[in-house]
Design a protein around this ligand. Sequence first.
Ligand SMILES: Nc1nc2c(ncn2[C@@H]2O[C@H](COP(=O)(O)OP(=O)(O)OP(=O)(O)O)[C@@H](O)[C@H]2O)c(=O)[nH]1
Ligand SMILES: [Mg+2]
Length: 608
Amino acid sequence: MDYRSDIRNIAIVAHVDHGKTTLVDAMLKQSRVFRENQEVGELIMDSNPLEREKGITIMAKNTAVVYRGVKINIIDTPGHADFSGEVERVISMADGCLLLVDSIEGPMPQTRFVLRHALQGGLKIIVVINKVDRPDSRIPEIIRLTQDLFLELATSAEQLEFEVLYASAREGYAVSSPDIEGGDISPLFQCILDKVPPPQVAIGPFQMMVSNLDYDSHKGRIAIGRIWRGAVAPRDPVVSIGADGSVSNYQVGEVLTYLGLKRLNAASAAAGDIVAVTGLEKVKIGDTISSPEQPEALPRIEIGEPTVEMTLGVNTSPFSGREGRFGTTRQLRERLNRELETNLSLRVQDTDRADTFLLKGRGELHLAVLIETMRREGYEFEVSKPEAITRVIDGQLMEPVEMLTIDTREEYIGVLTEMLSHRQAQLTNMRSDAGGSVRLEFRITTKGLLGFRGAFLTATRGEGIMNTLYLGYEPWQGEIISTRSGVLVASEQGTAITYGLNNAQGRGLTFIEPGTPVYEGMIVGLNSRQQDIPVNVCKEKKKTNVRSSTSDIAVKLVPAVKMSLEETLDFINADELVEVTPRNIRLRKKLLTYSQRLRHARAERPVT
Ligand SMILES: Nc1nc2c(ncn2[C@@H]2O[C@H](COP(=O)(O)OP(=O)(O)OP(=O)(O)O)[C@@H](O)[C@H]2O)c(=O)[nH]1
Ligand SMILES: [Mg+2]
């Protein structure tokens, strides 16, 4: 074994929003990878449009900077629990990691998840207490909580001795002690050089693990990963070894290395570096690329199992085919298969209906992001309510269980525990401080959590943060009865008008504006009773020759309740669907006509 003292490979991991991507901004800007006066903005690595809109990282990405002649390959990772698969996928490329901990929030559920993975992977960890510029920082307490977390998760005594830096990613500095005035980010670079071990390299024929894929219209498929042994150059003959051990022959096109936001052509690259190679048309994530002389597979990447599923099928609404560019079974299948190549924690299965697929993911957001991406690409389709994935283990029905952590104000404890008791949650821990803030921890089934986020935000009037951590499978705890009331269902096809909507508002809340085209069976509102109510929102006022009063002319409608895609997934019941097109998101009953629904309800009713 040898070392590459000119390289360090690090991953940046943390709970959501603790400042990973902002820290990468500071590292990029201060290592002068940009031209003078070049406008680069903020959250540079969050390059995907949905990432920019949501303000969160969804996909792990590579970049690199050079500090004092040493190249630091940096992997930015997502902190949201639904994208945990991304962390699992890329962590093996790194020898060290920066564990960011927010100086106010402290260690959170996902901090635990990523730290556990990093420790298991044997990574050297540098703790970065971030956002120390904030006046309400609780540094000594956060350090203590972080130490507790290490005590709980460390697999060896050595791992308990970790470096700590204090940083403001946003203001671009890091210091070794909270008493030191902030300057720039160089203490962080220096710490990485000093503490993260340089990559070990094996001597021998070329061997690389593919951890990511990219596409380029000119270059074709690009395989990204770390070289473990030997070296590679353009036009080298190589083989790729697939999951089933099958071997394919290729010739390398280009070899690219990272610098800032660019990928540079290299004459060759050697073990220890993270590179991108072209020319391997069918290679997959997890495959090993190696020299034909010694084709040996590296251990494959292990990704946690999905916990939530929903169906995605061809749009069967009366408006099908009007708004999307792609929507046939074949087009949907092709698109989903393409997604499987990079979205490792996603699963797609056929169902007993040829035009419907079963999608399995790591959470509602994981699936919602895929749906939103497809809709923007011009696809239309329908999806069902997300449900927790049950399994039968040793003859027993099991379901996923999660830890739910809530940070909020004391006054909401009552309403939250009441809501959660209906969702099969058990309070496991409660801590409050003198200022009236409280942290609650619950053990809850994944099915109990589905749809809770919206209710939580309403109940706490935005004064709460909730986070979840997947714990494992436990025996089935029984059905949860839906507490949602019935919906208002359009009884006729046509265009909604003010008069009809005003009538509907007599029965409940409405979801659509006048002028919206509707079809029979489309959900247009929510009522306060248990049953669904059919309403004719296209109904016009009977024409008479006499105007009875001026109030008839200017009916004032209550503004429509608008839901985001994620909210609609939370909202619908098992007998309902969300119709997704590039232009609209509609809710509908699975059975469109009243008589169909009635017949179905009669057939379902137990015989007495
Ligand atoms: N005050 C302050 N705010 C910061 C600092 N670092 C990041 N932020 C803010 O925290 C928010 C989240 O920052 P991101 O860099 O997107 O966090 P992240 O960890 O990459 O988030 P995910 O990738 O979604 O997990 C942004 O609004 C940042 O401006 C800091 O040092 N000080
Ligand atoms: Mg980020």
